[in-house]
Design a protein around this ligand. Structure first.
Ligand code: FE2
Length: 243
């Protein structure tokens, strides 16, 4: 058994009226999540769900994010979000875009959901599909679990909702692929709200971002996932301090 943390949308620079690293900044809120994880030595790895910075062309924001993530005592991985799709970000060494990982028999794949969504050129979308298919096909046959990490949720309320800025237009094709690939759970960000759903037997978990709430007021939080032999559980961890 092991635990991993899922932190999404730290979006450094957003809702930071007194500076990138002030006490009321997105960096300070990310720090609280990092502090919790560093103080709990049963968390073995951290995965970031994208939108690491508010402005993908800001090297300053990027450096603040990397310094914040760099405080983690455990290995961390991540996928890029729509705010990260800028040449400055995407060519910056060490910034997360995709990853694959096998940890204690559990397989993870993270991909660029902006590319797969079709927001970039058609070639990038085809390349991302190829990456996803090839990576999942190469997953160890004995993997106990298969987690997918992507910035965009497939949908926010139900699969037949109108296509918009918040969901994946190719969600039917994706859920079919996840189902056929026996994916354990899909973890997402972008919507800045906790959504726990199941579609065609595929669990979908979307987490609020640490940078700030968007849909309605709620606590800054992230998710802790406990993985055990024949299942998993997901817990919300608030990083707000109660007075
Ligand atoms: Fe986003």
């Amino acid at each position: 058994m092991f635990n991993f943390a899922f932190i999404t949308d730290p979006q450094i620079g957003m809702a930071s009226p007194n500076g990138l690293e002030a006490d009321d900044s997105a960096r300070a809120r990310l720090d609280k999540a990092v502090d919790f994880i560093n103080a709990n030595d049963d968390v073995e790895l951290v995965i970031f769900g994208g939108d690491h910075v508010n402005h993908g062309d800001s090297v300053e924001q990027l450096d603040v994010f990397l310094a914040g993530a760099g405080r983690l005592k455990v290995p961390w991985y991540g996928v890029s979000g729509n705010h990260d799709q800028h040449a400055v970000y995407m060519t910056h060494e060490a910034t997360p875009n995709r990853f694959t990982l096998t940890h204690k028999g559990c397989f993870f794949v993270g991909f660029n959901a902006s590319a797969l969504r079709g927001d970039l050129e058609a070639e990038a979308q085809a390349e991302e599909w190829a990456y996803l298919r090839e990576t999942v096909a190469a997953a160890p046959a004995e993997a106990t679990h298969r987690f997918v990490v992507m910035h965009w949720p497939l949908f926010t309320q139900h699969p037949d909702e109108e296509e918009c800025y918040w969901n994946m237009p190719n969600r039917h094709q994706l859920v079919q692929f996840f189902k056929e690939s026996k994916i354990t759970c899909v973890l997402c960000g972008h919507w800045h709200q906790d959504v726990d759903g199941v579609w065609q037997g595929v669990p979908l978990v979307t987490s609020i971002g640490t940078c700030r709430q968007l849909q309605y007021p709620e606590e800054t939080a992230f998710k802790l996932v406990a993985v055990f032999d024949d299942g998993f559980s997901v817990r919300r961890v608030s990083v707000e301090t109660v007075a």
